[in-house]
Design a binder for this molecule. Structure first.
Ligand SMILES: [Zn+2]
Length: 186
């Protein structure tokens, strides 16, 4: 019996779920059920860049309009990661007013399943920081969820959407959100 077999035999349970061993390099444990980590940006970045006296915003998550700035719809940027990790970034897509209206009108209708909108990602997301200013398409994967970013003509953005990224590189900037409990000795 190898050492690793011995340690695996001892399973701690937290909240009824098997506690998975955190990664030795980044210290982040995979989701016990293999689900993507949800990391959510509360607002488009521009929201905090506007002086308060000039900020005239309407709506709330998942819809936001900022006067003289633009229209925003909440979307998910799914990213595949190595070693069984994955992440769903909750971000905002800046869309044309017509797409904003269509999204609003179909949100709770059967037509929502066929929604397809295009826009610009409105958050700088680590580890890529400022994302390419390029149109990204969002479509509906599940009618109970906000749209997912699915495709883009820009090569760099396509790689973010399509490639499998080293999990440490992508998750380390968010480690404070993902490490469930501090080690007992601290
Ligand atoms: Zn790791």
């Amino acid at each position: 019996m190898t050492k690793s077999n011995v340690s695996r035999a001892s399973r701690t349970k937290v909240g009824g779920k098997a506690l998975l061993e955190p990664c030795a390099r980044c210290g982040i444990a995979p989701d016990p059920r293999g689900r993507p980590f949800p990391i959510t940006f509360e607002l488009p970045d521009v929201y905090s860049e506007i002086p308060e006296e000039l900020l005239d915003a309407w709506g709330e998550d998942p819809f936001l309009a900022i006067k003289t700035i633009g229209f925003f719809v909440r979307v998910i940027l799914p990213v595949k990661l190595t070693d069984g990790y994955s992440v769903d970034f909750g971000t905002w897509l800046e869309v044309h007013s017509e797409d904003f209206r269509t999204t609003w009108q179909t949100w709770n209708m059967p037509e929502y399943a066929d929604l397809s909108i295009e826009g610009y990602v409105a958050n700088a997301i680590e580890p890529w920081k400022k994302l390419p200013h390029t149109l990204v398409r969002a479509t509906v994967r599940d009618v109970d969820q906000v749209p997912y970013l699915t495709s883009c003509n820009d090569e760099r953005m396509s790689k973010i959407l399509g490639d499998t990224w080293p999990h440490d590189e992508v998750l380390t900037p968010y480690a404070h959100l993902l490490k469930a409990d501090p080690p007992a000795e601290r």
